[in-house]
Ligand binder design. Structure first.
Ligand code: KIV
Ligand code: ZN
Length: 387
């Protein structure tokens, strides 16, 4: 039987930690509704205690979302947990997500707490949160740099205290796929009662490995993947939702024992919405949703795709909600693609006119990075009036 993977979207929390991003309540609500349409299992709506605005936004998302769990982040302290619950209590499916750092570096320099104090606090705060809400996620911040014996111990402690999800963040994007996969496997094999909860992972992209680490974790037992739309997030960002999902779908041969409930047709629309609301442009060569992800420039590639798309496309643009791929006409483009574009633009020229127009197009393409439809129309109008 296939393992159901849950998608936990943190665009509205970690994604909002992208430098320069500040979403107001209306923008957060609109994004949350689109995430619900996309089919994410959990929407982390914000960090309720961070500001009155964040509190109101988490509350508004909790009140309006029906088909996804709504979570608020909070530190492992009573007043944060109180505030998180105040905001998410309205949700059809509320979750309190509390976190505490567990690595030696964080315990010593940031928390100034001993291992015993961290263990006791984590257990006590999960029990405290459990008084409010049955769905409690505990994150061991900086888990990938935590001594593994302590990580096993604290995970076991919070599960016994009532946590329903244990999250293993690669907080500083330090891990590599093989290492991170082994960490998850070790947790699965060494922590008692681990099968009663979801193992979640939350990977940052400092080394560009966040998606690879998330997929390696999934293969080794993680059942919840935390991610953001367009890979937004603190520093180099979080694992990108669209890359994880299209990775699973495109490589069904490899990931055939996993399923999720994301409606991939909504991916492109969601990416566009998040980009326009956050003001963060998607880089053109970004996998899946970048402007060039389905664009073909070289003549050899264009000819291949026009004959049979699968020659150079491993997924269809339609599968993410785009209507078609894009042939970029430039100096490397061939006559075949040029002629196709003429037809799309409504011109049915004879072979001699096409040849003349193609020669002019080639000399123009030597001077311009991209030859646009308007350039082609100008070329062809000359040809038509020549005739
Ligand atoms: O990166 C991180 O460790 C986090 C936690 C709060 C889950 O964002
Ligand atoms: Zn994070």
């Amino acid at each position: 039987m296939a393992t159901r993977i849950k998608i936990f979207d943190t665009t509205l929390r970690d994604g909002e930690q992208t430098p320069g991003v500040n979403l107001n309540i209306h923008e957060k609500l609109e994004i949350a509704k689109q995430l619900e349409k996309l089919g994410v299992d959990v929407i982390e709506a914000g960090f309720a205690i961070a500001s009155p605005g964040d509190f109101e936004a988490v509350k508004a998302v909790a009140q309006s979302i029906k088909n996804s769990t709504v979570a608020s982040l909070c530190r492992a302290v009573e007043k944060d947990i109180d505030r998180a619950w105040e905001a998410v209590q309205y949700a059809a499916n509320p979750r309190i997500h509390t976190f505490l750092a567990t690595s030696d570096i964080h315990m010593k320099y940031k928390l100034k707490m001993t291992e015993e104090e961290v263990f006791a606090r984590a257990v006590e705060m999960v029990k405290y949160a459990k008084k409010y809400c049955k769905d409690i996620e505990f994150s061991a911040e900086d888990a990938s740099r935590t001594r593994v014996d302590f990580l096993y111990r604290i995970i076991e402690g919070v599960i016994n205290a009532g946590a329903t999800v244990v999250n293993i963040p690669d907080t500083v994007g330090y891990s590599t796929p093989e290492e991170f996969g082994n960490l998850i496997k070790g947790i699965k094999n060494n922590v008692s009662n681990i099968d009663k909860v979801d193992i979640s992972v939350h990977c940052h992209n400092d080394l560009g490995l966040a998606v690879a680490n998330s997929l390696a974790a999934m293969v080794n037992g993680a059942t919840q993947l935390e991610c953001t739309v367009n890979g937004l997030g603190e520093r180099a960002g979080n694992a990108s939702m669209e890359e994880i999902i299209m990775g699973i779908n495109t490589r069904k041969d490899y990931y055939n024992s996993f399923e999720h409930r994301i409606d991939t047709i909504q991916i492109y629309r969601t990416s566009k919405l998040v980009s326009s609301m956050t003001g963060i442009n998607v880089q053109p060569n970004k996998a899946i949703v970048g402007a060039n992800a389905f664009a073909h420039e070289s003549g050899i590639h264009q000819h291949g795709v026009l004959s049979e798309k699968s020659t150079y496309e491993i997924m269809t643009p339609e599968s993410i909600g785009l209507t078609q791929n894009r042939m970029v006409l430039g100096k490397l483009s061939g006559r075949h693609a040029f002629e196709e574009r003429l037809k799309e633009l409504g011109y049915n020229l004879g072979p001699d006119e096409v040849q003349k127009a193609f020669e002019q197009f080639k000399s123009l393409a030597d001077k311009k990075k991209e030859v646009t439809d308007r350039d082609i129309e100008a070329l062809v109008k000359d040809k038509v009036s020549d005739i």
